[in-house]
Unconditional design. Structure first.
Length: 208
């Protein structure tokens, strides 16, 4: 009789271990996205004149860009694509957006607040950030290695790439791979196909 109980208990234990492994595999496993490394730390001021840092985004999946409010070229398209991400994940509490100006002399918190209102920003965790110019340029060019610079000959007086960085809940830069198996590093914030890929990859990270 005791042997029967021991055997049953063993079967229940094995089954329990299997169930736990299945749950972990489904809900806690890493996706197939490449992990590039830790995103650079930052601490800047948002449109509500509050200090915001990378630590405020721990536990969230977020997309980060560099832009400026008076940009006459690629920024309007980048803004529209960020709005698409906002609308897609508006009710997702673990999603956020970070937009850092490369023209902080003009883009004060008040200007950024007006810019956010003009765009129709509804996502609470979408922060428009400003601060010291040298700090921001170091963050862009040396930290994320996303190009940004002043150029009097460029339209609007500045030039920058239209790249979006994708950061996971642990603060790591993540991305998909190209057809050759190489990480793409960042997503094109202008191309529709890239935004479609980005949406899919955000969903993968939210599920991790």
């Amino acid at each position: 009789m005791k042997k029967s109980y021991i055997g049953l208990a063993f079967i229940i234990l094995v089954f329990g271990i299997w169930v736990v492994k299945e749950i972990n595999a489904r809900y806690y496993s890493k996706s197939d996205l490449a992990e590039i490394g830790s995103a650079p730390r930052f601490e800047l001021t948002n449109q509500d004149n509050k200090t915001i840092s990378d630590k405020d985004y721990l536990g969230k999946v977020y997309v980060l860009e560099f832009f400026f409010s008076t940009c006459p070229t690629i920024c309007p398209k980048m803004n529209q694509n960020m709005l698409k991400l906002q609308d897609e994940f508006l009710n997702e509490k673990d999603f956020g957006i970070v937009s850092i100006t490369i023209n902080p002399e003009n883009d004060t918190p008040q200007v950024l607040k007006e810019h956010a209102a003009h765009l129709g920003v509804k996502l609470d965790s979408w922060n428009f950030l400003t601060g010291d110019k040298d700090y921001i340029y170091d963050l862009a060019n040396k930290g994320f290695r996303i190009y940004a610079d002043e150029n009097n000959k460029a339209m609007g007086g500045f030039e920058h790439s239209g790249l979006f960085a994708l950061i996971d809940k642990d603060g790591n830069i993540r991305c998909r791979k190209d057809e050759f198996g190489n990480p793409i590093l960042y997503y094109d914030g202008i191309e529709e196909a890239s935004i479609k890929d980005l949406k899919e990859d955000i969903k993968k990270l939210l599920a991790e």
